[in-house]
Write a protein that binds this ligand. Structure first.
Ligand code: BGC
Length: 500
């Protein structure tokens, strides 16, 4: 009897143990399956974002071809290739005191720059920044410029009329207005459309500097708008002031754009325009570039469809700081829908733009052994308290895929410009690669947080530039960070286009 009881107990214990083992195995199998599903999402996006050097060269060619088309006729390409009427870049001989007004997304800055005609490496200047009240971003052009003119007046008067600026002497201002503008002359231009957060409807189609000038006159301020400048053009001016080998400028931050010096005779659409100058700066508005060679994913398609400007700024939506965080968010949302690796789905995953690009950079560049920063962002921003290390690693991978594609495409864009102007070591757009060609030192001025503050983005961009051009050519191409082209560079342009 006793033996029988012992046998029964032993059998039961074994059965429970087997059951528990089976549950554990089942749990592990399910976990592995879920993990695989998440990995599959990442693998797929990695394949779709592939930017081999062959593909990048196709993008280079497409950029150069579109540049030609945009220069040939108005509306000939998605690249607007806008004339700036800037023929003279500052060369260091400028003297005097000049002002700049730089209009940014949510604030504007006013600067006063003193030039001694000696090409000083350090440009003496004063700056003041002011927030634009939110309601003015959607108000009328009159209210908007009244506000700006009042602040400018305060700045000009507060800084005082020093001996150099006698009361009788008219002051001159460069106006940085980084939106698509059809320029009629260096100091006048009509707003084609707003981008970023602005929507002052009555300003579209108006001569923007004329609106500002009118407000200045009404405030009794004798300040002439001498140059209307895109931020890329200010960057080029500052780059050129310091280094006369500068041929192009790129802004790559929240949004992105490029400009470069073009031969006047290559700008077919402006033939007939009276000019004795051999070159002109062209504002490409490259954020709107599009080509079927761009590696587009379903995440890009959805982001575009849900944006306020679907089908516009396609290149910008793949490469600029405003969008990278949201592309990453869309990928992890998909991972969380397809698998349970994040546990319960957080409602935060569905909130557009909850992940900013600085957060992506912080996760991507987290070099702590247990990825502390990734865990912090997941917890604080996305409200996922506990995430295993291998999932955190997968997050880093997603950031890498999105950023790497962006940086490599930006590099292809830059080489596209170099190709158009015959500085890529090939014989230009029609010629083949010529190793015997003497390559000139070529400087591209560059500004923007994405490039300056995100080390890995910068490294990927440089790496791709070298891959596309090859070492022999790439060593002649220098990307030079300028500081405050949209402020100081614009004041320099006011000086080089001064009426004095
Ligand atoms: C604007 C460009 C500007 C760029 C960088 C884009 O959204 O259309 O004119 O240069 O942002 O600020």
């Amino acid at each position: 009897m006793e033996r029988k009881v012992v046998v029964v107990v032993a059998v039961s214990v074994a059965a429970v143990a087997c059951g528990m083992a089976a549950v554990a195995v089942g749990w592990r199998v399910r976990k592995r399956r879920e993990w695989k599903k998440a990995v599959r999402v990442v693998r797929e996006v990695e394949e779709e974002c592939e930017t081999s050097v062959e593909r990048l060269r196709q993008v280079v060619d497409a950029m150069a071809v579109e540049m030609h088309a945009g220069l040939a006729s108005e509306g000939g390409s998605k690249l607007k290739m806008l004339l700036t009427h800037v023929h003279n870049l500052p060369n260091g001989s400028e003297r005097g005191t000049y002002y700049a007004l730089d209009l940014e997304d949510t604030y504007f800055r006013v600067l006063r720059v003193h030039l001694d005609g000696q090409q000083s490496p350090i440009l003496e200047h004063e700056v003041e920044q002011q927030t634009i009240p939110q309601h003015l971003l959607t108000s009328t052009s009159k209210d908007f410029f009244d506000f700006i003119a009042s602040s400018l007046k305060e700045f000009v008067e507060k800084e005082g009329d020093d001996s150099e600026l006698s009361v009788a002497r008219r002051k001159e201002l460069g106006f940085t207005f980084s939106f698509p503008i059809k320029q009629i002359s260096v100091c006048s231009g009509i707003l084609i459309a707003w981008t970023k957060g602005f929507s002052i409807v009555d300003m579209v189609g108006k001569d923007v500097p004329a609106c500002l000038q009118e407000a200045l006159v009404q405030k009794g301020l004798d300040l002439r708008v001498a140059a209307l400048v895109n931020d890329t053009v200010g960057t080029l001016a500052l780059g050129y002031y310091h280094d006369a080998d500068t041929v192009a400028a790129i802004v790559i931050g929240t949004s992105t754009n490029a400009c470069y010096l073009e031969r006047t005779d290559a700008i077919i659409k402006c033939q007939g325009l009276l000019t004795t100058s051999r070159s002109m700066v062209v504002n490409m508005e490259w954020g709107n570039f599009w080509s079927s060679h761009l590696p587009r994913t379903t995440y890009d398609i959805d982001l575009n469809a849900e944006s306020p400007n679907p089908n516009d700024q396609g290149f910008e939506k793949m490469i600029s700081g405003m969008y990278l965080g949201d592309i990453v968010r869309r990928i992890i949302l998909k991972m969380s829908l397809e698998s349970d690796i994040f546990g319960d789905i957080s409602s935060k995953f569905s909130m557009p733009f909850i992940l900013s690009t600085p957060m992506i950079a912080a996760m991507h560049e987290d070099d702590s052994p247990n990825l502390r920063e990734v865990a912090r962002i997941l917890k604080d921003i996305l409200e996922i308290p506990v995430v295993p290390l291998k999932v955190r690693k997968l997050m880093v991978k997603v950031c890498e895929i999105v950023t790497r594609r962006a940086a490599r495409l930006a590099a292809a864009g830059i080489v596209g410009i170099l190709k158009k102007i015959g500085r890529d070591g090939s014989g230009g757009i029609t010629g083949g690669r010529r190793s015997d060609m003497k390559m000139r030192r070529t400087v591209v001025a560059i500004e923007g947080d994405l490039y300056s503050n995100y080390t890995l983005f910068r490294e990927y961009l440089h790496e791709a530039l070298h891959e596309i051009l090859g070492e022999d050519i790439a060593k002649h191409v220098i990307l030079k960070v300028t500081e405050d082209g949209s402020g100081i560079g614009t004041a320099l342009l006011a000086a080089s286009h001064s009426s004095k």
